[in-house]
Design a protein around this ligand. Structure first.
Ligand SMILES: [Zn+2]
Length: 206
């Protein structure tokens, strides 16, 4: 019963925001902690892997056919493998998903501490794109917006713990194989990545 290390290797820049901007300069800022280090939220990681696992079950016909979380109906009696891992309205799942941090988190932390500007953020890139009108699906003139991205070479790492047995780990792995994207704006080419899961020793705290 070891934990899984999650390694996200991107092939394009990624945006994962909080919905907040930076002053009036960046409309969509990257999610950062109080030290200014960009990271991917554990809740979003769980959401992606849950989606992947559900897709895997639907594609292969595995799992409890009575359990249809996508339709708002989960297991009635004993939780199935999917509900054991990801939880259901009847109970929390076993798996605990950490935030994913850059391998170079120290660099981001030090760089952030050295920047005195409240606006400039360490290590990000700002892309300006045209806004698309959702209704007409056409470009809106004079509606540019800016999005902070982290470059593709930054590798993010997190972990999944919670005393998962082999079958439970396997479900997460199968789901991860079906995923190739994290964060916003895949239609604009952002966030393409590989989800690598590596078994690792659990820390003393677990
Ligand atoms: Zn279930």
């Amino acid at each position: 019963m070891n934990a899984l290390r999650v390694i996200l290797e991107f092939s394009s820049p990624v945006h994962h925001g909080t919905g907040e901007g930076i002053a009036h300069l960046v409309d969509r800022a990257f999610r950062r902690d109080s030290d200014g280090v960009p990271h991917l939220s554990g809740a979003a990681l769980k959401g992606k892997l849950r989606y992947g696992a559900l897709r895997w079950m639907r594609t292969t016909g595995e799992g409890n056919p009575e359990c249809r979380p996508e339709d708002g109906r989960s297991c009635r009696e004993e939780p199935c493998l999917f509900c054991q891992v990801f939880g259901s309205p009847r109970g929390a799942g076993r798996a605990v998903f950490s935030d994913c941090y850059p391998r170079e988190a120290d660099w981001f932390r030090d760089y952030s501490a050295s920047i005195s500007s409240p606006v400039l953020q360490a290590g990000g890139e700002v892309r300006t794109t045209t806004a698309i009108n959702r209704r007409t699906r056409t470009v809106q003139p004079q509606h540019l917006f800016s999005t902070e991205t982290i470059p593709a070479h930054v590798v993010f790492e997190g972990r999944i713990s919670g005393r998962l047995n082999d079958a439970q780990q396997q479900l997460i792995r199968q789901g991860a194989c079906l995923l190739n994207h994290f964060g916003a704006d895949s239609a604009r080419g952002l966030g393409f990545c590989r989800f690598n899961l590596v078994e690792t020793e659990m820390g003393a705290a677990e």
